[in-house]
Design a protein around this ligand. Sequence first.
Ligand code: FAD
Ligand code: N01
Length: 542
Amino acid sequence: MSKSTNKALDLVIVGAGFAGLCALHHARAIGLSARLIEAGSGVGGTWYWNRYPGARCDIESLQYSYQFSDELQQEWEWSERYAAQAEILSYLEHVADRFDLREQIQLDTRVVSAHFQEDQERWLIRTDNNDTLNARFCIMATGCLSSTNRPRFEGEADFEGNVFHTGEWPHEPVDFTGKRVGVIGTGSSAIQSIPIIAEQAEQVYVFQRTPNYSIPAHNRPLDPAEQKQVKAEYSALRERASQGFGGSDFLAINALGSEASAAEREAEFEHRWALGGLYILGTYADLMIDKEVNEQAAEFARKRIRAVVEDPETAEKLCPDQVIGCKRITVDTGYFETYNRPNVTLVDVSTSPIEEFTATGLRTGGEDFIVDTIVLATGFDAMTGSLFKIDIRGRGGERLKDQWAAGPKTYLGLMSNGFPNLFFVSGPGSPSVLSNMVVTIEQHVDWITDCLKHLQTEQIDTIEPKSDAVDRWVAEVNAIAAETLFMGCNSWYLGANVPGKPRIFMPYAGGFPAYRETCDEIAANGYTGFSLTNKNTTESEL
Ligand code: FAD
Ligand code: N01
């Protein structure tokens, strides 16, 4: 589409992933003039950027998909239990076409600033094309995992081979045949890609700082009859998922592990392990609260590693000692088995960090590893990274980055005080990354759309949360996290992977059902905790 300068719009949306596409569709449905700006050359967000070998979802495809259109969910055929990146990207491209969204999407354009013009009560948005847009409302659908974390290593410029980050993977397939490859990291991206890289490469060195728990996906083609059956009862599945802690139907049982015997717990873990993937998270309501229950699940997972990995020394190095679930659990296909291959070597960098890149590889513990290609599976500056790359300024020119310097300050993860009419989808302080994100993205977009409709109907110019409501919400998010076992390791949930980032647990850990109820109640009571203003009248007292 053509770009335009300083066009007055109702709404600008930033980002064309699951969140932005859905927000655009809903905004149009309520008659708003809207434009979506996307930095990439295509739609899809996460699924546009993360093209590394093995990339796929770890929530079952039939649940990791939109539910706003029953026609869409009935029409679309998923080929596998866990769809691969290319299939999810085709799905999102189909959504853009099917709902005729492309005319309002501007690709290859990065939003660099968003400044609130107090006199006009409008947002002035600038892009890297020197384009400006002027809108009453702005939705930041910029993604929680969209700003790559690229740790700096000495000597990077000296390395003569190729370096790829999993989150910015080339569009052409990378051929590892005959190559010596170094993979840095053992999070989800590494765990998905290592088995496939190892099948092609001559030699793979995996540089591991912290081992991770990983559960076999038991991925498989979806039988058409099974898919038909699920679709016949789709609304029931969606309803069950909406009652689940993370917005997924994981056969959750609400029993407490602390009230079960060790033998009962072992049997339950066995059952969940056989189901594959994240089902184990639904095992007990106190899995992330009770240390003993968690430790039994952790030891259960460690036993599986020892049973698979033939070399006992390697197996021990692969066994995590942190709380299971404290770092995001990963789901794999043949990850631990890969270490039985003669061409795969685990290099422990927990005590002697990677010292530097050299012309021919990298050095750690005084030893040189010669590689042709380095894969940075080093993750993301999660939740705030993409927001902070935009110069967002609210009332009085206050920068969002300054206001959040000691940790994100939002009300419901949706808005911040001093930034009227600016919404975040999956913002810090919402369930976001602890959930099936398509479900929670849709819940946010629905809430925002209803709010925008309300403002239209009631002729309200601005909405923004009051500072005391923000303070209370931040305190609640922190208090809930403090009760859990999430605080006990260096996870990206806590910002611990990015030097200098404040150590604050960013997502809301009270579960999706409780969160959604709170959001609904606040809206039903006339937006409690928010200031709603109209230029011609006084602020409504809520
Ligand atoms: P994104 O998909 O990240 O889209 C944000 C978009 O905003 C990007 O395209 C980015 O280019 C654009 N953008 C950012 N800043 C700007 C700017 N300044 N100007 C213009 N454009 C900008 N979640 C699950 O629930 N289940 C899964 O199985 C799962 N698998 C995942 C697998 C991988 C490899 C990764 C990295 C994440 C996974 N996630 C999963 C999380 C995933 O990010 C979300 O599920 C979902 O795709 C996020 O959608 P989004 O639209 O919020 O953000
Ligand atoms: O990133 P990560 P990711 N030297 O941050 C290591 C989603 N996702 O891209 O743990 C050495 O998890 C770092 O070590 P440590 C999902 O939400 C989902 O894999 O910090 N190592 C860690 O091992 C996921 O959680 C899927 O000690 C360094 C790794 O790099 C999130 O995205 C697939 C280092 C980074 O792991 C992020 O996953 C992919 C250094 N200097 C992603 N710096 C699914 O399967 C970092 N590391 C659905």
